[in-house]
Design a binder for this molecule. Structure first.
Ligand code: IPD
Ligand code: CA
Ligand code: CA
Length: 280
């Protein structure tokens, strides 16, 4: 007997995606307008983990816009959660039963933003019963908005995007980030040492969400990072899946919202990258 395939959620109306696009664009424009004009910078867990009044203001704006359209939807936003992985994991668990859950990183790449390094974005995802169905990443500096709907592909400026075509790690441009948390940095450095001679090169530009969007657009072959939160990766993961790529955790488990150690790549090199990271 033919195996029954689990039906995947299809976005039927345009309104979820339209609200996601509109919200990310509005927040992104405001964030850009405040660039170089930040007065309050606070430390979260360390001097490597910062928050500004722009992160907080952008999240407030995003929450208001989403709730104007969808007052009953739940929202998980980085600035509404206590710092540290335990609180993030708990906050996600508390909301995981929500029918509709928006997952918001108002500014991904805050360190870059503070320093005026132009690589940061707004990342918004909408999950239906735990499955991401809309993902939007907006880079206000380049005015590039990456959008994906479950089952309907990934787009940038009206054009369909797809992951790169490299067949081996040796011809791949791969990105990562330096994670926080006990033992994470040591593991990441070991991975980098192992990978540098095996790839074309490595980039670490300081915004996980934008790196993932670049993988979806074929500008990077792959991205991995340890100890990320759902708001760093939910939108980017859908973009990559809809652009024909593969997203798992570091143990090879397919992406879901609980993944923190992400490995994302085009389908040709994903296995090779995953194996190399295991050997590092
Ligand atoms: C950070 C960025 C960075 C990654 C960190 C994240 P934030 O997010 O994505 O690239 O290395 O792990 O926390 O704090 O700028 O939103
Ligand atoms: Ca982030
Ligand atoms: Ca952030």
């Amino acid at each position: 007997m033919a195996e029954l395939k689990k039906p995947t959620y299809q976005v039927t109306g345009k309104s979820f995606t339209a609200v996601a696009i509109n919200t990310a664009a509005k927040a992104g424009e405001w964030i850009k307008s405040k660039l170089g004009d930040i007065s309050a910078i606070d430390q979260k867990t360390s001097s490597r983990d910062l928050v500004t009044e722009v992160d907080k203001g952008a999240e407030k704006m995003i929450r208001n816009l989403i709730h104007t359209h969808f007052p009953t939807h739940a929202i998980l936003g980085e600035e509404g959660v206590e710092p540290g992985p335990e609180a993030s994991i708990q906050a996600l668990q508390d909301l995981s039963e929500s029918e509709f859950l928006w997952i918001v990183d108002p500014v991904d790449g805050t360190t870059n933003y503070i320093h005026g390094f132009p690589f940061f974005c707004v990342s918004l995802a909408l999950a239906h019963k735990g499955e991401v169905i809309v993902g939007v990443v907006y880079d206000p500096v380049r005015d590039e908005l990456f959008v994906a709907e479950k089952g309907k592909g990934a787009y940038m400026k009206g054009k369909r995007i797809s992951v790169s075509s490299e067949q081996t790690l040796s011809e791949s441009l791969v990105a990562t980030g330096f994670p926080g948390g006990p033992g994470m940095l040591e593991r990441n450095i070991a991975q980098m040492l192992y990978l540098v001679p095996r790839v074309r090169n490595i980039r670490t530009s300081g915004s996980a969400a934008l790196h993932l969007a670049y993988v979806a657009a074929g500008r990077l072959s792959a991205f991995w990072e340890m100890n990320l939160n759902s708001w760093d990766i939910a939108a980017g993961a859908l973009l990559i899946q809809e652009a024909g790529g593969r997203v798992t955790d570091i143990d090879g488990k397919p992406f879901d919202l609980s993944v923190r150690h992400i490995v994302a790549a085009n389908k040709h090199i994903h296995d090779e990258l995953h194996t190399a990271l295991a050997q590092a």
